[in-house]
Design a protein around this ligand. Structure first.
Ligand code: SF4
Length: 378
């Protein structure tokens, strides 16, 4: 995850480069349940409003939580499906909080209502992230449910009114890009604490001309808009968090933007970005699915590292006899193609490996989702 507003703050108010602090363990995104009341077009878990067999039971979840605590996992993001449909969501959340984790909830927001807001408040979640795919009808079309935009917005407002930090996650596609400026406007008007721009895990074709690719030019345009907005908000002293995900080339694109607009800060920002280090799937980001399978991140559901029913998460995560884990944890990673020769590998770390695997059937091939032109990576 690229923390844009944090780096924008560094542009405006630079702070000294301190020794890097290594996280004690990975952030775990845990898809507790696959059931969902919506059927979104881009859903990576292909959820539906049915019960899925074989999901981890609550006692099994508690056992895993204890292992995660001993393994010094700092953050757990409870996700789904729709996590609020889990019959024991509050029991599990309470247990996670009692074990000392930073706990966030990732929801579609439609089930955050007057009926359960007191329970949500009582959980004292550090953050509630709610997905929006556009404004009004655009969102409803993506979510394939009329009225879901209004329901999600009500959920966001309820959280804010009750002092819960809430944010919007927007997954960019060719079908909702037209709503992006209005989305930024909505964030401002509703004083939403956090905005997360998620890139669709775009595979595209191999060997394309990046300058002719509609998805890439759209992404570049959106990123430019996001940089301008982040700058505006930071200059106005608005403490709003803006982050992007699923395309670590964003950080390199940002460095080029800094060179153009704040050349005197470019060296400082480059050093800070290198210290951050780019993609950390399989290192500082982990995923557990509803059946207990462990993955390097949420987009690797077709690839299992092990199952927490058979082996403790801590063992699975530390096992570098597994070839994908060995490569992800290697520094530098064994990258190929343009990623191998990229001048900014230290910033991006080869971006999203699952895209390379899906398009080239080679985990270490170049990331086909990198939207930077050759002159921007040399
Ligand atoms: S070429 Fe690869 S390493 Fe370089 S910015 Fe693009 S995705 Fe990242």
């Amino acid at each position: 995850m690229f923390r844009l507003s944090q780096f924008m703050r560094e542009v405006l108010h630079p702070t000294p480069l301190k020794p890097a602090r290594k996280p004690s363990g990975p952030v775990v995104i845990w898809n507790l349940i696959r059931r969902c009341n919506l059927t979104c077009k881009h859903c990576y878990t292909t959820s539906a409003d049915i019960d899925f067999p074989g999901e981890l039971t609550t006692p099994e979840i508690f056992t895993v939580l204890e292992d995660l605590q001993q393994f010094k996992v700092p953050v757990i993001i409870l996700s789904g499906g729709e996590p609020l449909l889990h019959p024991d969501i509050f029991k599990i959340s309470r247990q996670a909080k009692d074990l000392g984790f930073y706990v966030a909830l990732s929801s579609n927001g439609t089930l955050v209502t007057e009926a359960n807001i007191a329970d949500i408040v009582a959980m004292n979640y550090q953050y509630v992230g709610i997905s929006l795919d556009g404004i009004g009808a655009t969102h409803d079309k993506f979510r394939q449910k009329l009225g879901s935009f209004d329901a999600s917005m009500r959920g966001i407002h309820l959280c804010s009114e009750h002092g819960i930090k809430a944010g919007v996650r927007f997954t960019l596609t060719q079908d909702n890009v037209q709503d992006f400026p209005a989305m930024l406007q909505l964030i401002k008007e509703h004083e939403i604490d956090k905005f997360y721009l998620s890139h669709l895990n775009y595979g595209g074709r191999g060997n394309k001309n990046r300058k002719d690719d509609a998805v890439f030019s759209m992404t570049r345009e959106v990123m430019q808009q996001l940089f301008s907005k982040a700058l505006q908000w930071e200059q106005a002293g608005i403490a709003r968090e803006i982050v992007t995900g699923n395309n670590d080339a964003d950080a390199v694109f940002f460095l080029h933007w800094v060179r153009e607009h704040f050349p005197e800060r470019a060296e400082h920002i480059q050093a800070k970005l290198e210290q951050w280090g780019g993609n950390s799937s399989g290192v500082n980001v982990a995923n557990i699915d509803n059946l207990g399978n462990v993955h390097p991140d949420t987009f690797w559901w077709h690839y299992h590292l092990g199952n927490v029913r058979q082996r403790a998460f801590s063992e699975i995560w530390s096992d570098i006899s597994e070839p994908v884990m060995a490569g992800l944890k290697q520094s530098p990673r064994p990258l190929k193609g343009r990623c191998a020769s990229c001048h900014y590998q230290k910033i991006c770390n080869g971006n999203t490996r699952v895209r390379a695997q899906q398009v080239y059937q080679d985990v270490w091939a170049e990331d086909p989702g990198c939207y930077l032109f050759p002159e921007e990576i040399n």
